[in-house]
Design a protein around this ligand. Structure first.
Ligand SMILES: Nc1ncnc2c1ncn2[C@@H]1O[C@H](COP(=O)(O)OP(=O)(O)OP(=O)(O)O)[C@@H](O)[C@H]1O
Ligand SMILES: [Mg+2]
Length: 245
């Protein structure tokens, strides 16, 4: 029932990067900015949540006194909404400890897809799996990789809407494992392609615009790359390439 525009938190991108004495390469600057953003938003979120508790208590007291119950209800409803937005922001941006180990990509893909199967069935989205990789072992953090895959799957499902297909393919290319997520959705406009990985860039009413930013950060932390092929009207393919173990 959220009816606000999460884009209103775009202001948070204005977080100043630290003043670096020597210029960093663009990709490092981006990582750095994201890491900062994570720390700053985690602490800001914490403070906002504290403030919300005080405000809620106050509003409940007012409502109990019977003073302008309707107004109190409106405020309460908005507080619930802000609280869930902040909670979501915390979940997306809080820095997490890394736990690198051997990850079986096919198992992890299957596990992540299982979480979405129900949603896909309901929307008549056909899921195709084409696991061609001869070896699917990568050295990585399973839960972060799952988050990266899930963000791509969710985007694919959201892009298709209903009645279409999502195809997940793996292949080994030299020392790399390539994982492609293809959807039969509307594709991506040329002018948006360059901005997709920007934190808070979203074209969705209820999107936070963090899915792909997180995805890219995770992939880069695994020394991998991510690329996109898309043409309006022809669906999209997101390809993650990770070094094999
Ligand atoms: N498979 C896709 N097909 C078409 N457009 C896409 C696809 N994946 C991403 N996009 C575009 O990229 C934007 C950014 O995606 P991203 O996952 O970062 O954020 P979001 O999906 O809008 O919100 P969130 O993932 O935080 O809920 C989307 O709003 C959409 O415009
Ligand atoms: Mg998304």
């Amino acid at each position: 029932m959220s009816h606000g525009e999460p884009q209103t938190i775009t202001g948070s991108t204005a977080v100043n990067p630290p003043v670096a004495s020597t210029p960093l390469p663009e990709n490092l600057r981006r990582l750095d900015r994201l890491a900062n953003l994570g720390l700053v938003s985690a602490s800001v979120a914490h403070e906002i949540k504290n403030g919300l508790v005080a405000i809620s208590t106050f509003v409940e007291l007012l409502a109990a006194k019977g003073e302008d119950k309707e107004m109190a209800d409106v405020v309460s409803r908005e507080l619930v909404r802000i609280n869930s937005l902040v909670t979501q922001m915390l979940r997306y941006s809080a820095p997490q400890p890394r736990a690198f180990a051997t990850v079986r990509a096919h198992e992890l893909l299957d596990h992540s897809l299982r979480l979405l199967e129900h949603q896909m069935d309901g929307r008549l989205i056909a899921l195709q799996r084409d696991y061609r990789a001869v070896s699917d072992a990568v050295h990585g953090d399973e839960s972060q990789l799952q988050q990266a895959f899930m963000n791509l799957f969710l985007n694919a499902v959201e892009a298709v809407g209903s009645n279409g297909a999502v195809t997940v393919t793996t292949e080994t290319v030299g020392a790399h494992l390539k994982i492609s997520v293809r959807d039969s959705g509307p594709g991506i406009a040329q002018e948006n392609l360059a901005r997709l990985f920007e934190p808070f860039f979203t074209t969705k009413k209820n999107g936070t615009g963090l899915g792909l930013a997180i995805c890219r950060r995770v992939v880069e932390e695994h020394r991998g790359t991510i690329e996109i092929h898309s043409e309006p009207g022809n669906g999209s393919v997101f390809i993650i390439s990770l070094p094999r173990e």
